[in-house]
Write a protein that binds this ligand. Structure first.
Ligand code: PXP
Length: 241
């Protein structure tokens, strides 16, 4: 059965909009685990736009399933990962101006650097995954780094404007997953997956786990709106919940 890892970055995005203490991604992670998530994912960005170091440290203490830290392959982040010791790290490309992680890691173009970061993390006992596009050259390079897993970027599939485009992207993903799996890499997938497009990806047998954030946080906010408003009206009218 494919496992679900929930990315709680956008709980922190809402918190950072006010610079306060709520909503807390740590609490959201706890609720996600209670609901059956088998892993929690956070991306500690260089600009700290959502997840903060404090979150990662507390999650390290509280997550009972598996903590997957997404990070850029910089020496500053390697030091944080070595101190925090998440269960796994996913290396992602990072650009300051992007709204979200846009493309996969260019492992083929930065083989030496990425191989060195993979080695440093594995020496700390951390399982390492590389977030890559469904591209045979990136899979070959990922294998050469010694990484344990690749996370196949599903963004182009999710953003395909029509059925033909979606089918083409799905087929690229299926081939890439098979190539990675057959070469001995463990395989996950994620980015842009939602309640409309996840089923086709979940059907790919070699994918062990899916990393999903935005659509789950969006649904939590809208599905929870009814209760939140009723509670506030009750409090205003009666003075208690
Ligand atoms: N996987 C990786 C490597 C990501 O960077 C992200 C976004 O932070 C996700 C999965 C989740 O993407 P989404 O928020 O679109 O579900």
């Amino acid at each position: 059965m494919t496992r679900l890892n929930v990315n709680v970055d956008h709980v922190a995005t809402v918190r950072q909009a006010r610079g306060g203490i709520e909503p807390d991604p740590v609490l959201a992670a706890y609720m996600a685990e209670l609901a059956g998530a088998e892993g929690i994912v956070v991306h500690l960005r260089e600009d700290r736009r959502h997840i903060q170091e404090r979150d990662v440290w507390i999650l390290r203490e509280t997550v009972k399933t598996k903590l997957n830290l997404e990070m850029a392959s910089t020496s500053a982040m390697v030091k944080i990962a070595a101190d925090v010791k998440p269960d796994m790290v996913t290396l992602v490309p990072e650009k300051r101006q992007e709204l979200t992680t846009e493309g996969g890691l260019d492992t083929a173009g930065n083989l030496k650097e990425i191989k060195s970061v993979v080695k440093q993390l594995q020496k700390e006992g951390i399982f390492v995954s590389l977030f890559i596009d469904p591209d045979p050259a990136q899979i070959k390079a990922s294998l050469a780094t010694g990484a344990d897993m690749v996370e196949i970027h599903t963004g182009a599939y999710a953003d395909a404007p029509d059925e033909a485009g979606k089918d083409a992207e799905l087929s690229r993903i299926q081939k890439a997953v098979k190539k990675a799996y057959d070469s001995g890499l463990r395989v996950s997938a994620g980015h842009g997956l939602n309640y409309f497009n996840v089923v086709q990806i979940a059907k790919i047998e070699e994918i062990e786990e899916l990393n999903i954030g935005h659509s789950i946080i969006s649904r939590a906010m809208t599905a929870g709106m009814d209760l939140a408003v009723r509670d506030m009206i009750g409090l205003i009218r009666t003075g208690s919940l």
